[in-house]
Design a protein around this ligand. Structure first.
Ligand code: 6PG
Length: 241
């Protein structure tokens, strides 16, 4: 399949490009709907974007923080202070450095047992914020893993075929193995979808998905995400090859 790519020389310029695109969408969303909702991804790739957002006056001061709402497309089932927590990473790099109201930060709960209870609680949070229709995020950031997973949707996962639930608790073949993730019911509604992909170790999976033709049934979850607006794949030169 042909990917809609933007290739940048390195992770810093990739992060700036995603951020500038996001800031433009923020202005538009706030003007139209009075608020901007973003689904953040986990993993390491977005760290640079988050820290640039927090540290660069030009980006930080242009952001109407009281209108910004942060959500997560997936979370690891670990306590919120665990270094493996996606919320923890965003808190350290972004949230604790910017004047965003606490009530605008919507982490996936991970303190309920079993993980399924966390999925249901997050769905309830989403319902409260977005109403009865499945959420359509103004921006959803996603990454890709070496076997094609995105969010915590791994190859072969039943959650990929979910038609009703917005959020699923899943067991994945990676550490930590228990996770909570948006299902395609949500991810297929994103208004803007940005994949952030950096590093040489992403080259093989990018070549593999470029060879794929079908998206609906692909073995690679990342390309089963097909919102109306075509996702943009932000690649650094090392990943693009
Ligand atoms: C997670 C994710 C996951 C991630 C990819 C890429 O919680 O692990 O959200 O889908 O985005 O695995 O991770 P890297 O950016 O670390 O390569």
């Amino acid at each position: 399949m042909k990917l809609n790519t933007r290739i940048l020389p390195d992770i810093a310029s990739l992060s700036r490009a995603v951020l500038e695109e996001t800031l433009a969408i923020i202005q538009e969303a706030v003007a139209k709907r009075g608020r901007f909702a973003i689904a953040l991804s986990g993993g390491h790739t977005p760290e640079k974007m988050f820290s640039l957002w927090a540290e660069t006056a030009q980006y930080r001061d242009k952001t109407p923080w009281d209108r910004i709402h942060l959500f997560w497309s997936d979370e690891r089932y670990v306590p919120e202070n665990d270094p493996l927590s996606n919320y923890h990473m965003a808190r350290e790099t972004l949230i604790s450095h910017v004047p965003i109201p606490a009530e605008n930060v919507h982490p996936v709960p991970t303190n309920l047992s079993p993980p399924e209870a966390c999925a249901r609680a997050y769905e309830a949070d989403l319902l409260k914020f977005f109403g009865a229709e499945p959420p359509a995020f103004d921006v959803q950031l996603l990454g890709i893993g070496p076997e094609g997973h995105t969010a915590s949707l791994f190859p072969g996962s039943a959650a990929l075929d979910e038609k009703l639930r917005w959020v699923a608790a899943v067991r994945v073949p990676a550490e930590p193995s228990q996770r909570v993730t948006f299902t395609p019911v949500v991810l297929n509604r994103g208004r803007n979808t940005f994949f952030l992909v950096a590093g040489e170790n992403k080259r093989d999976i990018l070549s593999a998905i470029r060879e794929e033709s079908a998206t609906e049934t692909s073995q690679y979850p990342a390309i089963r995400i097909h919102p109306a607006k075509t996702p943009v794949w932000f690649l650094d030169a090392a990943a693009a090859g």
